[in-house]
Write a protein that binds this ligand. Structure first.
Ligand code: PAD
Ligand code: ZN
Length: 379
């Protein structure tokens, strides 16, 4: 009895083509092979990064694909050689694996793993399983995995090195956000920028990632947190989470960085870009103080050329860093789940909508229209 070793037929949201709505289809999910785990997804969030892949301007997408990289679920079955999880365990799949053997995993300086990406496109290496085949079939066609996770399927197959085992009593409808948005912003402030008590901070972009960066700055003890967004509807929540000032660049008569510099006697100590794009990147650099201004880049805009920077801006003492998944990995995520349970931070504030999984296109529209922070999809 049971489903172990058998193909599971279930519903998944398939992106057949860029620029088109996702399509809810019946898919066949093959059993896990060696060092793979089949996971029943219980809840998932929708992150801006999912939408990049189906943006017609995005180069390097693997289609058709099952997107989703911010989910939580329960292990259904494991393939040969899996020792870190067993059927029934609650897990969060992470798009950054942790093989614990490569030069990156062995270094305390990064949360990367050599299995994470090859070259410039972080989707390569994670679009298929280790044997270069997919576990998903729909209408006789093989469907690509996404970021090693593909959470927009009722069942998915993930490599064991991509799984964080979490507490049995974890609330999956909330801790799914630890799979990307929350951890990314919070970790950018805490782990990458290493925001210090009493410091001044600026956070650009107040989506799920940026608001989590605000939570991180507040937790780290920042005395002033300036939150910036072109959508003023985001300000009430930012203030509730700890922002002391909110600025809308479209309502100012000079560049937002100039306003921040004036407000802070020469610029903030820490700036975090959670929106992306060359304009925001430049504002992120320009709003920090000379001497020690720290700039952390998280946001990504499809097809954007990025930043041109003069050496003088760096010679004057600024530092620039990028942050992936906030510096966390499969070993540190379980602790975040316990921290949430113990009330160290608030995930409720990030949840604006809850929808059945089948309504995923509605969730996509809400995100694109700037009406949601996170929609939780219930499977
Ligand atoms: P979101 O769309 O919910 O939030 C982005 C926010 O930025 C919105 O509130 C926008 O109104 C705002 N915004 C847009 N343009 C500007 C601008 N010029 N100035 C100020 N604010 C602006 O997205 P999200 O919070 O899910 O993700 C944010 C970014 O982070 C996005 O680019 C995503 O791809 C990236 C991301 N990076 C990682 C990583 O590990 N580096 C992980 C997850 C997401
Ligand atoms: Zn994400």
């Amino acid at each position: 009895m049971g489903t172990k070793g058998k193909v599971i037929k279930c519903k998944a949201a398939i992106a057949w083509e860029a620029g088109k709505p996702l399509s809810i289809e019946e898919v066949e999910v093959a059993p896990p092979k060696a060092h793979e785990v089949r996971v029943q997804i219980i809840a998932a969030g929708l992150c801006r990064s999912d939408t990049h892949v189906i943006n017609p301007k995005f180069e390097g997408a693997f289609l058709p694909v099952i997107l989703g990289h911010e989910g939580a679920g329960i292990v259904e079955s494991v393939g040969p050689g899996v020792t870190n999880v067993k059927p029934g365990d609650k897990v969060i799949p992470l798009y950054i694996p942790h093989c614990k053997k490569c030069k990156f995993c062995l270094s305390p300086l990064t949360n990367f793993c050599e299995k994470f990406c090859k070259g410039k496109n972080p989707l390569i290496e994670q679009e298929l399983m280790e044997d270069k085949t997919s576990r998903f079939t729909c209408k006789g066609k093989s469907i690509y995995h996404f970021f090693g996770i593909s959470a927009f399927s009722q069942y998915t197959v993930v490599k064991d090195v991509n799984l964080a085992k979490i507490d049995d009593d974890a609330n999956l409808e909330r801790v799914c956000l630890i799979g990307c948005g929350f951890s990314t912003g919070y970790g950018a402030a805490i782990n990458t920028a290493k925001v210090t008590p009493g410091s001044t901070c600026a956070v650009f972009g107040l989506g799920g990632v940026g608001l989590s960066a605000v939570i991180g700055c507040k937790t780290a003890g920042a005395s002033r947190i300036i939150a910036v967004d072109i959508n003023s509807d985001k300000f009430a929540k930012a203030k509730a989470l700890g922002a002391t000032d909110c600025l809308n660049p479209r309502e100012l008569n000079k560049p937002v960085q100039d306003v921040i510099v004036e407000m802070t006697n020469g610029g903030v100590d820490f700036a975090i870009d959670c929106a992306g794009g060359s304009e925001v990147m430049k504002a992120t650099v320009d709003c920090t103080t000379v001497g020690w201004g720290s700039c952390t880049f998280v946001g990504v805009n499809v097809n954007d050329k990025g930043l041109t920077i003069s050496p003088v801006e760096l010679i004057l003492g600024r530092t620039l860093r990028g942050s992936s998944f906030g510096g966390w990995d499969v070993d540190t995520v379980p602790k975040l789940v316990s921290d949430y349970k113990n009330g160290k931070f608030n995930l409720e504030a990030l949840v604006t909508h809850t929808l059945p999984f089948e309504k995923i296109n509605e969730a996509l529209d809400l995100l694109k229209q700037g009406k949601s922070i996170r929609t939780i999809l219930i499977y």
